[in-house]
Design a protein around this ligand. Structure first.
Ligand SMILES: Cc1ncc(COP(=O)(O)O)c(C=O)c1O
Length: 441
């Protein structure tokens, strides 16, 4: 909003006569930087390393059309009807099978199907957050979660990470500080595996330690795990929910292992919470899409879905390798994380380069990325860039990194000119080509 021009009388604006009618909570609603980028980055001549769109073209369309045909043939009236607010029993069973791959055991009664895991994030936040309550989240954190938390007027307290994920001592310190300030901490939101945007994975030892800390401080854990099955080298450690049942709400989704267009995800909640979650789900959407649920159940029953996940892994592994080798070739002085799965590399720029300020120049040079500031609620991340390797092919990724390199070099030259006049100091990060930097913050 750039204009707040009063019309005659009240404080409404020329463009929005309802300006002064909105609820306070809408103050936290703003277009994310990722969203603002979509319009520009979708121009065909721009190489977009910005969005996190899965490469759905790697899914043979006949697998989907076959499933859709059978849904209409065998379950048409049911699939086109309203359904249960908790989701179909068949799909909830399937969700349990999928979670078992990451060591999770649970009851079908405690699975709630949602409209993507994004909606589960919204529902959990609605259930637990009063304005001013604190949510602990990694620094950086998923932009879509930050948006939800803001919309419920939560205070987001970022906790430092390094290449092994969330730092337990940083979590302890944050809890102590927040409690001393009289704050109410409601939950820890974490993406322990193939983090968005940082690309790192929480080690097994830290998983145990972090759960211990949360247990000791009566803090619920919200584990968001869209990428866990998309590993490239070795499987990641088992989910947090596999260790702790009563204190962890686990979120899963079909968006990355099948397709986001179905808009189907799920929550596995502690038994005590699940009833409230179902009620919240019903009040938000009445029920998740029966049609999508039937289609996914049919797909899982008839297709080699594990083989399909292997196919996705192979595609993304090749794209990750292309990105890492292009970074090594063109930007050897920079540092970045090396993901073992998921969609993202997290790049550190030399100080004082500013990823947000550099973006318009990058788009002019026909490459787009997401500036690090999108992933912090406190203005952090100016020296960071999220690079997505999920959507563009390997050749396009190499082109994108070459373009990005010339943008960075031009900015550095400009700054060098200023620094030689004594006005600015350029600090280049140490080279970390094949291993992640010690601290991604
Ligand atoms: C960490 C994280 N959580 C949740 C989501 C939302 O996914 P869904 O399509 O299941 O709503 C995404 C999507 O990119 C994500 O990266």
């Amino acid at each position: 909003m750039t204009t707040h021009e009063p019309t005659s009388g009240g404080s409404s604006t020329r463009f929005d006569p309802w300006y002064d009618h909105y609820a306070d909570r809408t103050a936290g609603l703003s277009a994310s930087e990722v969203r603002a980028l979509f319009a520009v980055a979708s121009r065909p001549e721009v190489v977009s390393l910005a969005g996190g769109m899965p490469y759905v073209s790697a899914l043979p369309s006949e697998l989907v059309t076959g499933a859709l045909d059978r849904v209409m043939r065998d379950h048409g009236p049911q699939a086109l009807q309203y359904g249960s607010g908790q989701g179909t029993p068949e799909l909830r069973e399937r969700a349990l099978e999928i979670m078992a791959l990451e060591g999770i055991r649970g009851s079908v009664d405690d699975v709630v199907i949602t409209t993507g895991s994004q909606q589960a994030l919204d529902l959990v936040t609605k259930l637990f957050i009063n304005p001013g309550d604190v949510i602990l989240a990694e620094a950086p954190s998923y932009v879509g979660a930050i948006g939800v938390f803001r919309s419920y007027q939560a205070e987001i307290a970022h906790v430092l990470m390094d290449d092994d994920g969330l730092i337990p001592q940083a979590l302890r310190d944050a809890i102590t500080r927040l409690k001393a300030d009289g704050k109410t901490i409601k939950f820890l939101y974490t993406i322990p595996t193939f983090h968005n945007p940082a690309g790192v994975t929480l080690s097994w030892e830290r998983r145990l330690e972090i759960l211990e800390i949360c247990r000791a401080n009566d803090i619920l854990v919200l584990e968001d795990n869209p990428y866990g099955l998309l590993y490239f080298d070795s499987p990641p450690p088992n989910a947090l929910r596999s260790i702790e049942e009563d204190g962890v709400i686990y979120l899963g989704t079909f968006s990355k292992t099948l397709a986001p267009g179905f808009r189907v995800g799920w929550a596995l909640a502690p038994h005590a919470i699940r009833e409230k979650l179902i009620l919240a789900n019903e009040s938000a959407t009445l029920c998740p899409s029966a049609f999508s649920q039937f289609a996914i159940s049919e797909y899982l029953a008839s297709a080699d879905w594990k083989g399909q996940i292997d196919t996705f892994r192979g595609v993304y592994r090749g794209r990750r390798d292309a990105m890492l080798s292009a970074l090594s070739e063109h930007l050897p002085e920079m540092s970045w994380t090396v993901p073992n799965g998921g969609f993202y590399v997290w790049l550190t720029l030399p100080s004082p380069l500013d990823s947000k300020e550099m973006l318009p120049r990058a788009v002019k040079e026909l490459v787009a990325y997401t500036p690090g500031t999108a992933f912090y609620s406190d203005g952090g991340g100016r020296q960071k860039i999220r690079l997505s390797f999920c959507y563009p092919n390997e050749e396009t990724i190499r082109t994108g990194i070459r373009r990005l390199t010339s943008v960075i070099n031009e900015e550095l030259e400009l700054l060098d000119t200023f620094s030689s006049t004594g006005q600015m100091e350029v600090v280049r990060p140490n080279a970390h080509v094949t291993s992640p930097p010690p601290n991604i913050n």
